[in-house]
Design a protein around this ligand. Structure first.
Ligand code: UDX
Ligand code: UDX
Length: 431
């Protein structure tokens, strides 16, 4: 099939490259000319494991190309996915100006039947608005359908998630749209849920909010574990083996970040509010997540006493491992609270340093590795569970540090081992 992805960010690029790998002809479009220039030269604008090779292979085999020319790409495609960003507005609602703009441009460009599919996470009714917008600017009265096909890709394992999904959700209002999308996804051999557009939109928001709720739940439990001397890792294991609960997304830590959970949670709360429902449960989920980051600062204070002029090393900047994405990364809330209290902050991340340097201008020293970060630090904070932090030479780390204090925000170490090594070690909700 001939496909366009409008918006070549984390979602559009991975989705486009994967569709190409399944044998389709794909054009990835972006209005950022520098990004398209980089992609044409096989320079990746993002770090995602396996993406560079996947793109290289599909470009070479002429199934994947890049352009800034939306009009031409629409004309050469039957299916057009909208994957532009939908950033939060000041009030927490999703900002849909780019979705509207792109819908209008598609309408003005199309000359034959098109299936326009929302891929970006959008509130309910966006499908209707996209349809209305296309109708308004569809001067040649071309036939078209609108569909919703939310993505469930996790950064860091996005290609694997695309190729082996738990389910594919398709929201349609015509049998033609249903047939095109089920044919497109057939090679993936995953269950396909075909439903109406509004239900598909809700499935995405409800899924992300539910996962965020699972994380906040276990973080709340970790707080209780801390207070009474239980171990949240054991508790999560004991809960997770119940198939009705499931063991995934029960890792307590410094909270969830990223471009999806925080944003989708507030957008869902807002959407419910507009529909007349006060989703207080989700408000609490967001509050618990905020508290988790403040907890780290409290733990540091408990160990270092006065913060001004103390040196704290932060290991990990991306919002999770295997990505360079720093959007809403908990590390940044912690760093800015520390800098605000006149702490000298040293940081290191295996891949997110270039993106972090563009944001963290003052009061932070960028280090070349974990050891340089530890040197003369009073405390080390593990903010992202990168594999390389799991295998450090702790005897060396201890020698390098001014005070051997570790706050393990991702529970990657065994508390007994760390105490034996002589560290003043604290995990999240661990004995
Ligand atoms: C996506 C989804 O769109 C978002 O709704 C979801 O919640 C998370 O994933 P993402 O791919 O992470 O967003 O965003 P980003 O990496 O910012 O990519 C969006 C791309 O769209 C950018 O490259 C931007 O240049 C491009 N864009 C934006 C256009 O091409 N045209 C526009 O009008 C606006
Ligand atoms: C998420 C959804 O999982 C995906 O389906 C959706 O399409 C996009 O949003 P992503 O944001 O890439 O994916 O990462 P995810 O693995 O879900 O992690 C999100 C955040 O939750 C990270 O900050 C992670 O550290 C945190 N997390 C996750 C926990 O704190 N504990 C857990 O047990 C799991």
């Amino acid at each position: 099939m001939n496909i366009s992805l409008i918006g070549s960010g984390y979602v559009g690029l991975v989705t486009g490259a994967c569709f190409a790998d399944l044998g389709n002809k794909v054009i990835c479009v972006d209005n950022n000319a520098a990004k398209i220039k980089d992609l044409k030269a096989n320079r990746m604008p993002i770090y995602e494991p396996g993406l560079s090779d996947l793109i290289k292979r599909n470009v070479k085999e002429s199934r994947l190309s890049f352009t800034t020319n939306l009009k031409e790409s629409v004309n050469r495609s039957d299916i057009i996915f909208i994957a532009v960003n939908t950033p939060p507005k000041e009030n927490g609602e999703a900002d849909l100006v780019y979705v509207e703009k792109v819908s209008k441009e598609i309408a003005l460009s199309m000359r034959s039947y098109k299936l326009v599919v929302e891929k970006s996470t959008v509130p309910v009714n966006t499908g209707e608005w996209v349809e209305r917008t296309i109708k308004t600017f569809n001067k040649h009265n071309i036939k078209f359908d609108v569909a919703s096909n939310p993505e469930f890709l996790r950064e860091g394992s996005a290609i694997e998630d695309f190729m082996n999904p738990d389910r594919i959700v398709i929201g349609v209002s015509s049998s033609k749209a249903r047939d095109i999308l089920t044919k497109l996804y057939r090679p993936l051999k995953a269950p396909i849920i075909v439903t109406d557009i509004k239900s598909a939109e809700i499935i995405k928001h409800a899924s992300n909010s539910f996962l965020a709720m699972k994380i906040s739940f276990i973080n709340a439990v970790s707080d209780i574990c801390d207070r009474i001397g239980a171990d949240v890792v054991e508790v999560a294991k004991g809960m997770g083996l119940d198939k009705r609960i499931g063991e995934k997304f029960l890792a307590a830590g410094i909270g969830f970040g990223g471009s999806c959970f925080p944003k989708d949670l507030t957008a869902f709360i807002k959407m419910a509010e507009r529909a007349g429902y006060d989703f207080a449960l989700l408000k609490e989920v967001a509050k618990i997540n905020r508290d988790q980051k403040a907890l780290v600062i409290k733990r540091i204070e408990e160990r270092l006493w006065n913060l001004p002029d103390k040196v704290v090393g932060v290991l990990g900047l991306s919002f999770k491992p295997n990505t360079d994405d720093i959007r809403n990364a908990p590390a940044f809330d912690i760093i800015s609270a520390l800098v605000g209290q006149k702490v000298k902050v040293k940081v290191y991340d295996p891949v997110a340093m270039p993106k972090a340097k563009a944001v963290l201008k003052h009061g932070v020293k960028f280090c070349k590795d974990a050891y340089e970060t530890a040197r003369q630090s009073d405390c080390l904070v593990i903010a992202t569970e990168w594999n390389e932090f799991k295998e450090l030479d702790f005897k060396k780390i201890k020698r390098l540090m001014r005070q051997a204090v570790i706050i393990d925000g991702r529970n990657i170490y065994n508390p007994d081992d760390m105490k034996k090594l002589g560290f003043n070690y604290t995990g999240i909700g661990r004995r």
